[in-house]
Structures are given as C-alpha cells and as structure tokens.
Write a protein that binds this ligand. Structure first.
Ligand code: ADP
Ligand code: MG
Length: 584
C-alpha cells in the first residue's frame, strides 16, 4: 500500500523525499554528536586532563549551525514531497472524473468525491510529508546508533534491546485486538453523523409535524452509544500503550542498572556507561513513536482506499474508430439491463422510434422509463442487446458526438449561479444574445424574463432570484432549443407544475418536437394523447405498444392507468363545481 502511495510521487518528488530523509538522519546524528562531545568534555574535566574549552565551544557551535541547517532543509524537502503527491493525485482524479459516465454522479457520490478531494488527498500530503520522512529517518538512525553501541560494548547492547521484543509483541497484539472495537466505534460515528445530517435536512418538516422530540431522543441515544464506544476504544488503547511503554522503559532501567554494576566491577568505563545511558534514548525513539506511526499508517491506508474507489470505477469508453449515424431513428434491439444483480431488471426491451416522431413512455413509477433514457445516454451500459441511432450502435459513436445529438429536459432542472442568459447558453456557448432570445421565445419564457428588472442579466441559481419549477423547466427547454439537437428526451417535466405553467410548457414542447425524434416520459396521460407511438412499461417489461385510441380500448395496463386518471379528474372537476355552487 505504502509503495502504491509513493508511486504517486514524480521522480523529482521521490528525489526530494529521499533528500529529506537523509537530512533528518543527519539532523539526528548531529544531535548525538553534540552529546558525545559534551560527554567527552566532562570525562576529560573529571579525570583531570587538560581541556581547551574554546575548542569544544567552537565545535558545539559548528554542530548547532549544521543541525539547524539540516532541519530547515529536511523540513522544506518533506513539504515539497508532500505537495508533489497531493498535486499528482488531484490531477489524476480530475482526469478520471472527466471520463466517467454521468450515471456515476449520483448525489451520494458527489458528496463522497468532495470529501475525498478535500480530506483524503490532504491526508496523503500529511502522511508522505510528515510521517514517512520522520519514520524512515528514525529507524535509520536507530539502526546506525544501535550498531555503533553494539561495537562499543556488546553486553550493554544486548541489555539495551533485551525487553524490546516483548514490548513490540504487546503493541502488535494490542493493535490487532483493538481493531474490532475501533471499527465498532467508527460505525457508531457514521450512524451518528448520518442521523445528524438527516435531522438538519428535515428540520422544517420535523418542526411542522412537531416530531422533533422523537428525533432528538434518537440522536441522544446515538450520541451516547458513540461516546461509550469511543471511551471503550480509549481505555483499550491506554491499556496496551501503557504496558508497551512500561516495557520500553523497563528495558532502559535494565540497561542502566546492569551498566552501573559493570562500572562497579570495573569492566565498563564511566565514559562508555554515559554513552549508553544518553545515546540509548535516541535509539529508543522510533519505538516510543511506533504507536503514532501505526495510527498514521491506518489513517493513510484508509484514505488511499477511498481514493482508489474513484480509480476503480469504470469510465465510458469511446470507440477507436467512431462512426456517424445515418439518420436519427432509434432502435432498442433486445436490450437487457439491471443496475445491480438480482434487483430491478429491464427485460428484452425491443422497439423502434421513427425519425422525427414523438414517442411516449408510460407506466407506473419504477417501471423503468427513466432507465430507458439512461441507457440511450450511456449513463449505464446494457448487459444484453444493443441500442442503435441511425443504424449505428451507440457504442460505436464517439461519446461526445452522441451527447451532442441529444437534448435532455428533466423534472429537476439545475440552474448554475449565473445570469439567465448564461444559464440558457449552456445549450450552446457560441450563441448570440439574439439566439438566446429566440430560444426563450420558442420556450415561452421570454415574456417572463422581460418582466424581471434586469431581464436576461438577472442572476439566478445559488443566491440568485428564485424561479418556480415551471419557469426553470422552460429555461431548460430554451437550452434545448439553443442546442438544436436532432434527438430530445423529456422526462416527467409536467408532473409537478401548476396548470398555467403546464399549458405553456405543452406549447413549448410541441414547438421543440417539430422535426426531431422525441421521447417523452409522461405521468399525465392526457398530455400524450396525440403521440405517434406509446410504449407502456411495467416492471421493466414493455407490455403494450400503440396509439392512444387503440390502447384506451384494449384490455390492458394503459386502459387501467387511463381510467384511473380520468376518474380522478372527473372527481376533481365535480368537487370544483360543487364548491362553486356553494359559494354565494
Ligand atoms: N442508479 C440506480 N441504481 C440502482 N437502482 C436504480 C437506479 N436508478 C433506478 N433504479 C431502480 O430501477 C427501477 C426503475 O427505475 P426508473 O427507470 O427510474 O423508473 P421510472 O422512471 O419508470 O419511475 C426502480 O426500481 C429503481 O429503484
Ligand atoms: Mg423516472
């Protein structure tokens, strides 16, 4: 894993990382050299030899300067390496994001990707910069000092490491055993966070229904169980960490005591004894810090795994040699598809939309209507069969060209923080103001736009003026006019709009439909009575096909849906009349 992460460093970044490790090693060794110098000075003074103090001072000053220089260099180099990794990962993510099918970008995904780009990538920086250089240099220093100390006196060397295996064993088994509790605590945290998010999102509703008490209790329970589990984790960690550092310290105590005994028996010089007591602290350093390094390791591998989910997702592949469709009829040839195995399945969809015709897709909610459009846009790929435009398999058409040929108007229109003109121009960036006005007129939204104080320059979207669902939809129809593509998909656009808007939208759509191949997904069957062809779906299966009069007569699903809607309409009309009569 670490190797993969470091694989994201450029060759310059790698060089700099190695440089920083070398300078950290030099930094630590200089510190040791200073101590040796001091010990040597003390030994000379205490044994009555002649000492030229100024030489020692000069030596010490030189070492201090060198040490500081090493520190600065290493620090700068490690940050450079960290930024290098961060930048490279961000760059590859961006490249990858461009290639995904739009189907990849579900709402949860977008949230997840933002977290990855913000948080996980920064973790990479932190770890490569701070953990990796420090950890490697600590261990290199330990090896050098350990070897040196063994050369000074092998008996003391053995004492110095005598209890380390026990300590490391305690740490490893503690970490392993603690993993389950840790995971439990992480799960509790995730539960609590999603409850909070749900709560914040639902506050207006909860207030309206006076239900916030129940929810608050739920939140309290969740907060408490997270608190309990994190306490459990802390207790556990404190337990094994305590035992671990006890053994590391005990090891030092063994060294100090044994050394004193050797000195007493005159088999070890005081000078060498001091060297061991003082320098061994440097040797123990990576062991003392091992737990921090381990936590960092877990953190970085977690982050890296999340980053990899972006790289593991499949991208839309454009053909090597792309073909141009001959005309714009659309054919679904025995298409089979499911989002996930064992769940909803589109079974053997087999039908044709004639060029320039208007086809309506109807059926209960969840019957697979939107899925049909998703497949045409290659938001997902069918597992069986093929979809052809003008006789060419859509997989053989360059993906950008395919998208350029299709306009989509959907129920939820997204407006960007821009002017109205800017938002319409998404359909065609090269359009002039006149083009935009013409499109808006055709989309029946021009008059409304002119009624705004700033007209086409009115800011909308985030922090801009609020528009109704119907107005947004007409803006998105204007986008489609401007894009002027031969194929148009309309997905349930009149489901949630008021009658005035609906009439306008209907007229706009009839304008748009002229001379194009149009697929309309409609909830209100009244709106598609004049369609050239109607496809009725139920649970992923095309169950009926024909035109309105024919289907309304036949004994099928369409007739049931139609009569249900007509009955509801009659009832509503009757209610309206009754209430009118009651009015004075
Ligand atoms: N991204 C998705 N992942 C998994 N299942 C999905 C996804 N989108 C839709 N579905 C499921 O596919 C089925 C058909 O959905 P859809 O085509 O949107 O129906 P309709 O538009 O007719 O209401 C539903 O059961 C829905 O839950
Ligand atoms: Mg739908």
């Amino acid at each position: 894993m670490i190797k993969q992460i470091l694989g994201n460093l450029s060759s310059k970044g790698k060089g700099v990382l190695i440089l920083s490790i070398i300078f950290f090693v030099l930094y630590a060794l200089t510190g040791t050299a200073m101590m040796l110098l001091v010990i040597n000075m003390i030994e000379k003074i205490t044994s009555g030899q002649q000492v030229i103090l100024s030489h020692y001072w000069l030596g010490l000053i030189a070492l201090v300067v060198f040490k500081a220089a090493c520190n600065v260099t290493a620090d700068m180099a490690k940050h450079f390496a960290g930024f290098d990794v961060e930048q490279n990962i961000r760059r590859s993510i961006l490249k990858r994001l461009k290639g995904f099918s739009l189907g990849f970008y579900s709402k949860e995904r977008i949230g997840e990707i933002s977290t990855i780009i913000q948080k996980d990538v920064s973790t990479m920086e932190a770890v490569v910069a701070h953990m990796w250089s420090r950890m490697s240099s600590d261990f290199i220093v330990a090896i050098i000092l350990g070897a040196g100390l063994f050369l000074v006196d092998w008996r003391m060397g053995l004492a110095m490491i005598s209890l380390l295996p026990v300590a490391v064993l305690i740490l490893v088994s503690g970490i392993k055993g603690g993993q389950k509790v840790q995971e439990e605590s992480q799960d509790n945290l995730a539960d609590m966070v999603s409850l909070f998010v749900e709560y914040v999102k639902g506050i207006p509703l909860l207030k309206a229904f006076n239900e916030s008490k129940d929810f608050q209790e739920k939140l309290q329970v969740s907060t408490k169980s997270f608190g309990e589990s994190s306490k459990k984790v802390s207790r556990r960690v404190a337990g094994y960490l305590g035992r671990y550092s006890f053994f590391v310290e005990l090891c030092f105590a063994v060294l100090a005591t044994l050394g004193a005994w050797f000195v007493f028996r005159e088999s070890l010089s005081v000078f060498n004894y001091l060297i061991f007591v003082i320098i061994s602290r440097e040797f123990y350093k990576p062991f003392v810090e091992m737990e921090t390094h381990w936590t960092n390791y877990i953190k970085v591998t977690d982050s890296y795994k999340r980053i990899m989910t972006i790289f593991d997702a499949p991208v839309v592949e454009s053909p090597v040699i792309s073909k141009n469709p001959d005309g714009f009829d659309i054919e679904y040839d025995h298409v089979g598809f499911s989002y996930e195995e064992g769940e909803f399945e589109m079974k053997d969809a087999n039908f044709r939309l004639a060029e320039g015709s208007l086809t309506a897709l109807v059926g209960p909610s969840g019957s697979g209507k939107t899925t049909i459009t998703n497949l045409l846009l290659r938001f997902w790929e069918p597992q069986r069969g093929a979809i052809r435009i003008g006789g060419v398999d859509i997989r053989d058409i360059n993906y950008d060209d395919l998208l350029a040929n299709i306009s989509i108007v959907m129920q939820n229109v997204i407006l960007f923080a821009d002017t109205i003109e800017g938002n319409i121009k998404i359909g065609n960036q090269n359009a002039t103001r006149d083009d935009v006005i013409e499109a808006a007129k055709k989309a029946m939204i021009h008059d409304f736009i002119m009624s705004l104080p700033m007209g086409y320059d009115t800011p909308v979207g985030e922090n801009g003026v609020g528009l109704s669902g119907g107005q947004k939809q007409r803006i998105s129809i204007a986008r489609a006019f401007l894009k002027d593509s031969p194929i148009v998909l309309l997905d349930e656009i009149t489901s949630n709009v008021d009658p005035v808007n609906e009439a306008k939208i209907q007229r706009a759509i009839s304008n748009l439909a002229r001379n194009r191949t149009v697929l309309v997904i409609a909830h209100h069957l009244r709106t598609i009575r004049t369609a050239d062809n109607i496809l009725v779906f139920n649970e992923g299966v095309l169950v009926e096909e024909g035109w309105h009069d024919m289907l309304a007569e036949a004994e099928g699903l369409y007739r049931k849906l139609w009569s249900a809607q007509e009955d509801a309409r009659q009832w509503l009309l009757a209610q309206g009349e009754n209430s009118c009569q009651e009015m004075p």
